[in-house]
Design a protein around this ligand. Structure first.
Ligand code: FES
Ligand code: FES
Length: 189
């Protein structure tokens, strides 16, 4: 897809970091107790969130709508674009394809937990340095996958990186810069 130079850019660390979202556990949410609600505790970016949610809530919707961490993006909502990628117990997961209740007690990391504007994760810094984004909508998912890739078996060349990043779609076509950013981090690791 051709790039769109006029597209607005967003903060490569997710555009929604707020210090107020960290530091304390969330209070249980109130709501009608209609029998479909379940109690779940998610440890997100180091903070325990005790939540009462609809049993059908996806992890993605729980993160975005209930916990209000909107750096994780919803693209296709069908497991096909990778925009919703987060880490669960250190491994990447497309959060639109799993229910939040399945992750009671799990350790979840979102883009907000990776770094801050003043102290970016090396992968976030590399995306900035390599111009690895245009509109930025896919970027948090790209970065979460890229960070997970660092711990996965991956060959040294660009083709191997492309293969392991093939679940993350970029409609702006920033792929060459994304691969360059990942390779820069791997080289310096
Ligand atoms: Fe989850 Fe597209 S929103 S894979
Ligand atoms: Fe726009 Fe990837 S930077 S979709």
């Amino acid at each position: 897809m051709a790039s769109n130079p006029s597209a607005s850019r967003v903060d490569p660390i997710g555009g929604s970091f707020s210090p107020s979202t960290g530091g304390s556990a969330s209070a249980p949410l109130d709501g009608p107790d209609n029998g479909d609600k379940v109690q779940v505790t998610l440890r997100i970016n180091g903070d325990d969130h005790r939540l009462r949610i609809d049993s059908r809530t996806t992890l993605l919707d729980c993160i975005r709508e209930t916990v209000a961490l909107t750096g994780t993006k919803k693209g296709c909502d069908h497991g096909q674009c990778g925009a919703c990628t987060v880490h669960v117990n250190g491994r990447r997961v497309v959060s639109c394809l799993t229910l939040a209740l399945l992750h009671d007690g799990d350790d979840i990391t979102t883009i907000e937990g990776l770094g801050t504007p003043d102290a970016m994760h090396p992968m976030q810094a590399a995306f900035v340095a390599c111009d690895g984004y245009q509109c930025g909508y896919c970027t948090s998912g790209q970065i979460m996958s890229a960070v997970a890739l660092l711990k996965e078996p991956c060959g040294p060349d660009d083709a191997a990186v492309k293969e392991l990043m093939s679940g993350n779609i970029c409609r702006c076509g920033a792929y060459p810069s994304i691969v360059a950013a990942i390779q820069q981090v791997r080289k310096n690791a």
